[in-house]
Design a protein around this ligand. Sequence first.
Ligand code: 5AD
Ligand code: SF4
Length: 457
Amino acid sequence: MSSTRKRLFIKTYGCQMNVYDSERMKDVLTPLGYESSETPEGSDLVILNTCHIREKAAEKVYSELGRLRPLKEARLESGDQMTIAVAGCVAQAEGAEIMKRAPVVDLVVGPQTYHKLPELIARAARAKGEALDTEFVVEDKFDKLPAARQVDGYSAFVTVQEGCDKFCTFCVVPYTRGAEWSRPVDQLVAEIRGLAAMGVREVTLLGQNVNAYHGEPPAGREADGPWGLAQLLRHLALIGGIDRLRYTTSHPRDMGDDLIAAHRDEEKLMPYLHLPIQVGSDKILKAMNRQHTYAEYVDLIGRVRDARPDIAISGDFIVGFPGERDEDFEATMKCVREIGYATAYSFKYSRRPGTPGAAMVNQVDEGVKGERLQALKLLLDDQQTAFNQAQTGQTLPVLFEKAGRLEGQLHGRSPYLQSVHVQGPAELIGQIGHVAIESVTRNALTGSLVLPATVDS
Ligand code: 5AD
Ligand code: SF4
């Protein structure tokens, strides 16, 4: 066991219910790197799980807090931390009052919010600059950014932001990747200029929560304060040689008007937006801690489409989150029908120990999840085909990235990120050319070059 594991002491007052809750708290905190300790001395986290039944219960808690204070101070002096949390019925009854009367307390968590304990602990650790030594398996498909692949052509990925402060209850990212962190604008400009010099034409800005980007402004613009993603995109659009900009993945809550406006008037910003909603039911959105409603999402997409009517909307969906009933799943299907997705990823909910969702009691049967996923995928596939079909007869600018699989064939991408195949000369690789789209499948478009072959040479 690694030496950075943290010690957790829970003192339980009162009834069996509290004993049970204390066990659950231990369970949800173990994956965050905590192991039980028999005494408060030397503990990184002390939880008093209180009871209100007997008289003077609150007084007993305050006197225990008085005993903990010197222990916390002693730890602070030796450069360690002790986070003190009050849980249970006294926490429920007294709420934030406790922290006023006993400033030694860092967290107050009522019985209704135990599922938030991992989030609260992670936030408290962040506030103190502590790192959690989590047991989360980092190599997980949900935790990884698309590989910031080496430049192997004309389209490159650049990580601009990492970590996440959202704490969706199904997700490991806020625990494994830590707090949101953005790279400075000047550093990105230098990197992307370098890419342009190597022939890169298209850059996709990456971040777990990329539209929460708030990077240090360029030299001379310090007075602006941190720059948001829209400002960054407009600035990067000035770099010669870079003709296409994209970004992923965004959270609806961080989709500001300035970013929407950039989709209206920044030509280099491609008409493609990956904006996951995950589910259509307000009840499940709330249980997922997504921090917005279905109606707000629909309104947001409406504003994005007002700004850029042809934009391709993409998303992520989760089926079978705890508590998802048939009618909740139907709300997801309705959402897909109402929004109309160009493409989307869909997943069965997978229980990640240590996340609040894993501790929820109303887990959904695997068979039910499978059926829902199948129905959703069919609908999404149909939409993707329909979106592609709508391009038939259109002429699209295509960035040719490499040779196609067939002799004399080129492979490229449309502004909407569709794969495009066309017969054409290899010299066009690395250039943007116009293609008249003739036929489509769910996964690709085919057509012929419109002369002159390139729009930029
Ligand atoms: N179970 C299922 N899907 C998940 N995702 C993240 N965590 C989980 C999980 N525990 C999905 C979400 C997210 C995408 C990157 O992965 O849809 O948007
Ligand atoms: Fe995970 Fe994305 Fe939610 Fe952040 S916003 S917690 S990365 S799903």
